[in-house]
Ligand binder design. Structure first.
Ligand code: ARG
Length: 467
């Protein structure tokens, strides 16, 4: 577009038109507007402005009446935009300018005083931190729900015997509760991770202004306190430039999503005809448009797929600040789409995860029948020899020989009679049947963190105490 074709100056947001002769080109206006995304921070933006106006009144930059007039006006604008009775346009550029220009229409001249000792740079930084703080509280609540759902399964089904896997090959008999706890603990750590990230989100940038601070006698502590922030971002330049708190939250989302996807993958495999350990609840299963028999674990598959976008969001946010000069740069408005999407996706995935675990059913018989005739008791025999004084490496070798013999004979460990056993090693004497029971083998693993039921119970209590 050439200069003479540009829309007239009256099309430019009145708030910042002073030095221009015309409005930005329509194409650029659309391209540069962040309104459609940052309107989601309407509440945070209004809350931030209310706190700022109150602080300006407290320190005497505004009269108390002016501050009150601004607060009333801001609440009216909040309602108008919420209800749609007043609609901002891309000419406003973003939510901050939309709110402020409508405010000035509503309250008149005094509206123009709100932006004293403030910039959109500290405004946007404040809004995002407020938005994140709320979502992190929701994140904690939904993480607790998911943990609860899994703990209930441990309490209800945790004593089911199952093969424990390494390399997706059967390793040793364990209790299902032990396996489920190995999914729960990562979620417990996710809670810690989000809580720590929240601590760094919870600092107020408001009053940093464009980057240099202000000559006006503001009190940043005061607006911070009104907004419930626990501390301030100390340096005004850092306050408007930093996005590491966003990256940290999304990193925590990414890690959490990777945990959820491991669980989800297992539900997909376990509900297959090959495993049949699990039947998904109808609320979280779908059918096929062509194959009438299908009961597909779509919810789990979608959760398995969602990390793709959250990892993408993390890459986007890291890339956004890499090599970016100080302080605020317009590039930074690209942070919101990936940030909002990653947080929303993680919140939703956690809620669906909780629902899936609440409604699925385990097939106890399938689990236990899988234990017949496999070699997952081999370690138990080696441990028996070791407990009778045979060095473990030697015991390992002896039991390896027994397994080889079983395979050659086409049989399993139940074929190992006492007469046979002593031929492999004299210390394999006596009745071996207590050592050839998968349940007994699981229950004997009472070491801290082992698969014995008593250890499972202890961990459940420990996790419950922290909820
Ligand atoms: N819309 C901008 C953003 O979302 C707000 C800050 C604009 N500041 C500026 N100096 N243009 O990041």
């Amino acid at each position: 577009m050439s200069e003479k074709d540009l829309p007239s100056k009256s099309e430019r947001s009145g708030l910042i038109a002073g030095r221009f002769n015309s409005a930005p080109g329509e194409d650029f206006q659309k391209f540069s507007s962040s309104l459609s995304i940052d309107l989601r921070m309407l509440d945070e933006d209004v809350d931030g402005s209310v706190a700022h106006a109150t602080m300006l009144g407290e320190v005497g930059i505004l009269s108390l009446e002016e501050a009150e007039r601004l607060r009333e006006g801001l609440e009216q604008v909040r309602q108008e935009i919420r209800s749609g009775s007043w609609q901002p346009t891309d000419a406003h550029e973003d939510v901050h300018m939309a709110v402020e220009s409508r405010l000035t229409e509503v309250v008149g001249e005094v509206g123009k005083k709100l932006h004293t000792a403030r910039s959109r740079n500290d405004q946007v930084a404040t809004d995002v931190r407020l938005w994140l703080r709320r979502r992190l509280d929701a994140m904690d609540a939904v993480l607790v729900q998911a943990i609860e759902a899994l703990l209930e399964r441990v309490e209800r089904d945790g004593q089911i015997l199952m093969p424990g896997y390494t390399h997706l090959q059967r390793g040793q008999p364990i209790l299902l509760g032990h396996h489920l706890l190995a999914h729960i603990w990562p979620l417990v750590r996710d809670r810690e991770r989000f809580a720590q990230a929240r601590g760094r989100v919870d600092r107020s940038p408001l009053g940093a202004c464009a980057m240099a601070g202000t000559p006006h006698p503001i009190r940043r502590e005061s607006s911070a306190e009104l907004l419930g922030f626990s501390a301030l971002v100390e340096n005004a330049m850092d306050a408007v430039a930093a996005r590491d708190h966003e990256q940290e939250v999304v990193a925590a989302c990414a890690i959490c999503m990777s945990h959820l996807s491991r669980m989800a993958e297992e539900l997909v495999t376990w509900s297959s005809a090959e495993f049949r350990f699990v039947r998904m609840g109808e609320a979280y299963a779908t059918g096929s448009s062509i194959m009438p028999q299908k009961r597909n674990p779509d919810a789990a598959e979608i959760i398995r797929g969602k990390p793709a976008r959250v990892f993408g969001a993390l890459t986007a946010l890291l890339t956004l600040t890499k090599g970016l000069p100080l302080a605020y740069n317009r590039d930074l408005q690209e942070d919101r789409e990936p940030l909002f999407d990653a947080v929303r996706t993680t919140l939703d995935s956690l809620a669906i995860t909780a629902g899936m675990w609440r409604t699925l059913t385990f097939d106890e018989q399938r689990f236990e029948s899988e234990m017949d005739g496999d070699f997952s008791l081999a370690t138990e025999l080696a441990d028996l020899l070791a407990s009778r004084g045979v060095p473990f490496r030697e015991a390992h070798e002896v039991v390896g020989g027994i397994i080889r013999w079983c395979e050659e004979e086409g049989t399993d460990l139940s074929a190992l009679t006492p007469e046979h056993a002593v031929r492999f090693h004299p210390k394999l004497h006596g009745d071996l049947s207590p050592w050839l029971s998968p349940r007994a083998a699981a229950e004997r693993r009472t070491s801290r963190g082992g698969t014995a039921w008593k250890e499972i119970r202890r961990q459940v209590e420990l996790i419950r105490d922290g909820l």
